[in-house]
Design a protein around this ligand. Structure first.
Ligand code: SF4
Ligand code: SF4
Length: 181
């Protein structure tokens, strides 16, 4: 009884047990056919690039490493409301809220701020939901090509404010008055 097998790809070939002819036993035709496949690929458009000399252009929806934003005066925008952590499907964000002291008005825009803000980059899936949930436009996913730097221990993948907060000079440079100059 023969068992019929169904080919999912539609490229199934029956294997023949018939005796090879003299020409077939030389394998010249088979070698030539193989060479033709190789030669055909020489003239096809290459799918690889010469990295790092060449880089691919990023997709418009690319999301790279997060940045905690400052306002025009260089103050941190985050108010430690926790909405980003709540919306994170990977539970990658943790923070600790503190009340702003009167002498800290130049550092934090809101009365409450995040004294600790951490993202576990081993958990993050770069979905961008934290950015969408934020009511203060305080967190953004940048276009940085380096999403996460390689490291040899897990602690190095917990990114704190030292790695996430926007550099002060970048915030000052982006103010409308400076941009006009
Ligand atoms: S990008 Fe997504 S997974 Fe990563 S911290 Fe934000 S919400 Fe969480
Ligand atoms: S980044 Fe935005 S959503 Fe997250 S705690 Fe700060 S203000 Fe709230």
């Amino acid at each position: 009884m023969s068992i019929e097998t169904i080919s999912l790809s539609g490229r199934k070939k029956e294997v023949s047990n018939k005796k090879m002819t003299f020409l077939e036993s030389l394998y010249l035709v088979a070698i030539f056919k193989g060479l033709m496949i190789t030669i055909r690929h020489l003239f096809k458009r290459k799918v690889t690039i010469k990295y790092p000399e060449e880089t691919r252009s990023l997709s418009p929806v690319y999301r790279g490493q997060h940045m905690l934003m400052r306002d025009d005066e260089g103050r941190e925008r985050c108010t430690a409301c926790g909405l980003c952590a709540l919306s994170c499907p990977a539970e990658a964000i943790t923070m600790k809220a503190e009340e702003r002291k009167p002498e800290e008005k130049h550092l934090y825009r809101e009365e409450k701020y995040a004294s600790i803000y951490e993202i576990n980059m081993l958990r993050c899936i770069f979905c961008g939901l934290c950015e969408e949930a934020c009511p203060k436009e305080a967190i953004f996913l940048t276009k940085s090509r380096v999403m996460v730097k390689s490291a040899t221990n897990r602690e190095d993948f917990i990114y704190g404010k030292d790695k996430l907060v926007m550099p002060l000079d970048m915030a000052i440079k982006n103010t409308p008055t400076n941009a006009a100059n």
